[in-house]
Ligand binder design. Structure first.
Ligand SMILES: Cc1cc2nc3c(=O)[nH]c(=O)nc-3n(C[C@H](O)[C@H](O)[C@H](O)COP(=O)(O)OP(=O)(O)OC[C@H]3O[C@@H](n4cnc5c(N)ncnc54)[C@H](O)[C@@H]3O)c2cc1C
Length: 468
């Protein structure tokens, strides 16, 4: 059996045997073919069958359900989208409220489904703490971010400023400068969710074929090494693996996120750290960090990873010493008392980044193609919305989901912005990341003179401007 258990802490913790489902050995005719058994593919299948049980739906997966980012992520189930401020900027206040309500409702809708389907995935809606917790400049950045949220019509029922004292009541970091508490985030056990969803859609009549990579696709169907599938609709749901399905790799690049898990921590250590209500947390630097306390009392903590030249997929996620050390260092900055705890698991995965740095949910009725992706590291909730939206688009349901600014129904794949050719992408990505690393090192060093701190922040902010 392939070594799927080693993919992540989450896959390792599953009690099931991970026996592969049958692979696709014969030609197939279905209404909807979904490529990829991660959250996007499975949520699409779920809502299609819920609204139209008569549809025949098949999912063809290269490895096993949850092999991709869905079985590896940090478990933040967020009621928002990457780049939502830009996506919603041109809407009226009323429209924006509708969009926010839709986004904020994601964790609760997921909860309704997992309750209905009996999926136990350690769901806890404890909100999220965005902490200014490593250098003083973070406080000003977080305060101006909060002001932007409020200018868009949100209020303290959505996002609330926490003073140092208030922050310390929830999480005890070494350098608390303040932070933002969001109510719209839940945490989950990623692999239990994806595997539970796969079983749920099978019960609804969806066929899942595993170890069956699609090697070619086009409107009307796809081909694996052994079989041909004909279908009215094709839904490529491969996110970070877009370059396996040309031409999708032009629109979505694989970027890595890398993550570690500690051993289960003692009650005394948890007493010292806090996080007693299941809050997710991040320290708000451009390292894109995210953490959660797991149901078995570990601390799981991740940060942005790299990009490989030519959009090559990283396959080996045995992290290097320096990759583990960076995460250990960041964790130690927040919680010095954890410096010596054992890291039992270290892993990572590929996620999909669109050129506009915002997700899309696209439907091309003429060619029978529907796809969602570009979630850029905020895909646990977004993929749920993506699946729901694709089902509504395919079934022509007149819902709020299909009227959102991230929904593209004209122009087919051309509605997506293509990435620049290499070496521009690689150079651009690395230049931006280097400026972020320089900023982080400068600001984290208390001896950096004010002019250098200012310069480093301005430079990183300027470079970040290209990510739009
Ligand atoms: C380490 C890490 C941490 C993250 N943390 C968070 C987080 O805390 N919160 C959050 O919101 N988001 C997070 N994300 C992002 C989130 O996990 C993803 O956006 C989301 O899981 C994407 O789901 P998906 O179904 O679209 O893609 P995936 O889960 O990647 O599924 C794609 C599937 O397609 C299959 N596939 C690929 N090519 C083919 C082919 N040719 N034929 C057939 N099948 C194919 C793959 O095997 C895979 O199973 C994280 C991502 C990573 C990598």
């Amino acid at each position: 059996m392939p070594a799927w258990r080693t993919i992540s802490l989450w896959m390792d913790q599953l009690e099931e045997t991970l026996t592969p489902r049958p692979s696709l050995e014969h030609d197939l005719d279905v209404d909807v073919l979904i490529i990829g058994a991660g959250y996007t593919g499975l949520w699409t299948a779920y809502y299609l069958k819920r609204h139209a049980p008569e549809l025949s739906v098949a999912i063809v997966e290269a490895q096993t359900a949850g092999f991709g980012a869905s079985g590896r992520n940090g478990g933040w189930l967020m009621g928002n989208l990457l780049g939502e401020d830009r996506l919603l900027a041109d809407l009226s206040a009323e429209q924006r409220r509708v969009s926010f309500d839709l986004l904020h409702g994601i964790p609760d809708e997921v909860k309704r489904v997992i309750d209905r389907e009996g999926i136990d995935c350690d769901y806890r809606k404890g909100g999220a703490l965005y902490c200014a917790a490593r250098y003083p400049e973070q406080e000003a950045t977080m305060r101006s971010y909060l002001a932007k949220l409020y200018a868009q019509g949100l209020n303290d029922a959505d996002y609330r400023w926490l003073s140092r004292g208030e922050l310390a009541q929830q999480i005890r970091v070494a350098k608390p400068y303040g932070g933002i508490f969001s109510t719209h985030v839940a945490t989950i056990h990623p692999a239990k969710l994806v595997r539970g969803l796969a079983r749920a859609v099978e019960r609804m009549g969806v066929q899942i074929f595993e170890q069956s990579p699609v090697i070619q696709w086009q409107p009307g169907g796809a081909r694996t090494a052994k079989a041909q599938v004909r279908s009215r609709w094709v839904v490529p749901a491969v996110e970070g693996y877009a370059n396996t399905l040309a031409p999708l790799g032009r629109y979505q690049l694989p970027v890595q996120s890398l993550i570690v898990a500690t051993e289960p921590l003692s009650p005394t250590l948890w007493q010292a750290i806090g996080l007693s209500q299941g809050q997710a947390f991040s320290e708000s630097s451009r390292q894109v960090t995210y953490g959660q306390r797991t149901a078995d009392n570990r601390l799981v903590f991740g940060a942005r990873g790299g990009y490989e030249f030519g959009g090559r997929l990283r396959e080996n996620f045995d992290l290097t010493d320096s990759e583990v050390e960076l995460r250990r260092y960041l964790l130690g900055e927040l919680f010095p008392q954890l410096k010596n705890v054992q890291i039992t698991h270290a892993w990572g995965g590929n996620l999909g980044m669109s050129r506009r740095f915002q997700p899309h949910m696209l439907c091309d009725r003429q060619h029978g193609i529907a796809l969602a992706g570009g979630y850029g590291g905020e895909g646990v909730g977004a993929s749920h919305l993506g699946g729901r939206t694709l089902a509504d688009l395919i079934l022509q349901r007149d819902t709020q989901e299909v009227k959102q600014p991230w929904v593209l129904t004209k122009g087919g794949l051309d509605a997506l912005k293509a990435w620049e050719p290499e070496p521009c992408r690689w150079l651009g990505y690395n230049a931006i990341i280097r400026s972020f690393v320089y900023e982080d090192k400068t600001l984290a060093n208390p001896d950096s003179p004010p002019w250098r701190r200012h310069f480093a922040s301005r430079l990183a902010g300027f470079m970040e401007g290209f990510m739009q």
